[in-house]
Ligand binder design. Structure first.
Ligand code: BES
Ligand code: MN
Ligand code: ZN
Length: 509
């Protein structure tokens, strides 16, 4: 399919709603369970009075529920509860020991529960009593299903549940809406990443972002879009993006998305890697596992999602995303190992390995973003396999200006997107030099591969800009089974980290 108006394949996810009282007719109740000193504990709530707590406790105990973190137990509702609410079953999500309760425990419990709710219909829950935003994110993200083009499931889809959060808390509406929009942004990124590369390529991706920009409106304004096609990229000297895109029949694009609410004083630049497929180019990757490289545009998807979320949330901060989109293919016109290219802004680079393509497109984008003299620059990419070797599949590597780097890594851990600060290495300042260009795109050894890529990018960051580079090669993609609120394949990381960072950088109104 080469229809350039094609957008991503959309997944489905539970609908979340907020209510001040229990809905009149629910199909199921989702409640919290704790693990106390003497085993299972069932807290009272707006859904369960003292008698209902006792009956529910008995039903859960009878099937061995313990309340431990992550446990999900579904039992037939005691008859008094069915009479009062219509609910025929009760789903208990284990939150572990109440003293150890964190937002992440609630997100994980809600995420596990969400998968047990598919096809249930309407579910009333008081899980939000323990952290409303976390519970909303956990349900929406954990219950996400992406069917791709599986025709059997299209004929017989398991309808995701509608989950009604019951809360009479004063701040509930604000917390609920913030979490709902954050989950929506994460799902926006997941959908793009999960769409195969024959359907999503630079032109169709750029068109979809442009359409989304035109239909996004927030309380403080919308999002403006600019798309540079291959001839504009040529005219303006985006040598890195062109070098990567030239081996593909599908030309590259540079997308700029800008949200500028009036009165904001801080400028934040976002940059994200948008390789719609990474074969490695002439430095071709091995066949086994290459299919996962449909996820190599996850950085750009996250940054686009963050700009749209900033607008919908009405954050009081200027945000401009610069997203280089290209397909890395080994066509007859492809860049060769040994070629020397000129990046946007003039720095020259010897391309020794065409599979180290992310840094080539990102450098052009970072140089362009730096021209606007932002106060902060946040960049994210599925940049190196070395990131996964160093930190595993679930923890992002964070490099950049020391204080900002440390804070962003901490924010990542706060929102449940694991992240760890990594150093840039002094020895790479020498190692990056080339005999025929200003710099070269790979090191001669494998050690410190994540950090070397960070040093490459650093060469393009303008002066006096607080910058951070988040390598999400591992954490943006879950090749295994679902766990907590992390579903299979695209995870959406680091969307929630970036939204939280923007929220922190925004001027308070
Ligand atoms: N997109 C890959 C990095 C990657 C690997 C992401 C595995 C997710 C999972 C990147 O473009 C790449 O190929 N990097 C090379 C760099 C090397 C040639 C210096 C790598 O990591 O092998
Ligand atoms: Mn590559
Ligand atoms: Zn890549």
């Amino acid at each position: 399919m080469t229809d350039s108006s094609h957008g991503p394949l959309l997944g489905v996810s539970p609908t979340v709603e907020l209510a001040t009282a229990a809905p009149k007719a629910a199909d199921a109740l989702l409640i919290a369970a704790f693990r106390g000193d003497d085993g299972l504990e069932v807290p009272g709530s707006a859904l369960l009075d003292a008698d209902a707590v006792r009956a529910t406790f008995d039903a859960l105990s009878a099937v061995g529920a313990t309340g431990k973190s992550g446990e999900v137990t579904r039992v037939p509702a005691p008859s008094a509860i069915t009479e009062a609410t219509g609910a025929r079953s009760i789903v208990a999500a284990g939150l572990g020991e109440s003293e150890d309760l964190t937002d992440e425990t609630v997100r994980v419990a809600a995420g596990n529960a969400a998968r047990a709710l598919a096809g249930v219909g309407t579910v009333a829950t008081t899980l939000g009593d323990f952290a409303l935003g976390a519970a909303v994110e956990g349900i929406a993200l954990g219950g996400y299903v992406h069917r791709g083009l599986r025709s059997s499931e299209l004929e017989d889809p398991q309808r995701p549940a509608t989950v009604v959060f019951v809360s009479s808390d004063e701040t509930a509406a604000t917390d609920f809406e913030r979490a709902r929009l954050t989950a929506e942004a994460t799902i926006f990124a997941r959908n793009l990443v999960n769409t195969p590369s024959n359907l999503l390529y630079p032109e169709s991706y750029a068109n979809y972002l442009a359409e989304t920009a035109r239909s996004t409106e927030g309380p403080a304004g919308g999002v403006e879009v600019e798309v540079l096609d291959e001839s504009a990229l040529e005219e303006q000297g985006f040598g890195g993006i062109l070098a990567v895109g030239r081996g593909s029949a599908r030309p590259p694009r540079l997308v700029r998305l800008s949200y500028r609410p009036s009165g904001a004083t801080r400028d934040v630049a976002l940059v994200g890697k948008g390789i719609t497929f990474d074969t490695g180019g002439i430095s071709l990757k091995p066949g086994a596992g290459m299919w996962d490289m449909i996820s190599d545009m996850g950085g750009s998807a996250s940054m686009a999602a963050a700009v749209f979320a900033a607008a919908k949330l009405g954050l009081n901060v200027n945000v401009t995303a610069t997203l280089p989109l290209a397909e890395n293919m080994p066509g007859g016109n492809a860049t060769r190992p040994g070629d020397v290219i000129t990046h946007y802004g003039g720095i020259t680079s010897e391309v020794l390995n065409t599979d180290a393509e992310g840094r080539l497109v990102l450098s052009d984008a970072i140089a362009r973003a730096s021209e606007d003299k932002p106060d902060y620059l946040i960049e994210t990419a599925t940049l190196t396999g070395a990131q996964i070797v160093a930190l595993g599949e679930r923890t992002a590597g964070v490099m950049g200006s020391e204080d900002f780097r440390d804070r962003v890594a901490e924010i990542g851990r706060e929102v449940g997107e694991k992240a760890w600060a990594m150093p840039l290495l002094e020895e790479h300042e020498e190692a990056i030099k080339s005999p025929v260009a200003d710099i070269r795109n790979i090191h001669t050894k494998r050690e410190g591969g994540m950090e070397f890529a960070g040093t490459y990018l650093q060469s393009f960051v303008g002066e006096d800009i607080e910058w951070v580079h988040i390598d999400v090669a591992g954490s943006s993609w879950n090749g295994g089974s679902p766990y907590g609120y992390t579903t299979k394949r695209a995870t959406g990381a680091p969307v929630r980290t970036v939204i939280a960072a923007l929220t922190e950088l925004a001027d308070k109104k």
